[in-house]
Design a protein around this ligand. Structure first.
Ligand code: 5GP
Ligand code: ZN
Length: 110
């Protein structure tokens, strides 16, 4: 089972900031900004493209949850992103939306 499937199953005791039948949100273990939250589908898909094909409504839900959490965190701006593939920085192959904010975010990212 992949690490995020284990988190979704509650095996690692992760605190969830949000959960419903399809979606979970929790803080990144190695935050790159004051707010760095991961929002994931409960179902395992390797990347966002697989998620988009199989469960487009769940993909939309990830962005709705990101928007709600950005408000709750009091962010005046935020970045949402998916890394797809090793060369883009993907290290966990269970689709996850990064929500980052709380500091100025440079563009373009490294
Ligand atoms: P990626 O590099 O695949 O876009 O993002 C994976 C993210 O998952 C990284 O930012 C990494 O810090 C985070 N991460 C990896 N393992 C764990 C874990 O066990 N718990 C949490 N909360 N975050 C994790
Ligand atoms: Zn998984």
């Amino acid at each position: 089972m992949c690490i995020f499937c284990k988190i979704a199953a509650g095996e690692l005791g992760t605190a969830f900031l949000y959960e419903d039948e399809n979606v979970l949100a929790f803080r990144d273990l190695d935050p790159q900004a004051p707010t760095h939250i991961l929002i994931i589908p409960r179902s395992h898909y390797e990347n966002v493209e697989e998620l988009a094909s199989a469960e487009p409504l769940t993909l939309a839900s990830l962005f709705r949850v990101a928007s709600d959490l950005a408000d709750l965190e009091g962010l005046d701006g935020h970045r949402t992103l998916f890394n797809t593939g090793v060369s883009a920085g993907q290290s966990v192959f269970h689709a996850h939306l990064h929500l980052m904010g709380g500091r100025p975010l440079a563009w373009p990212p490294g």
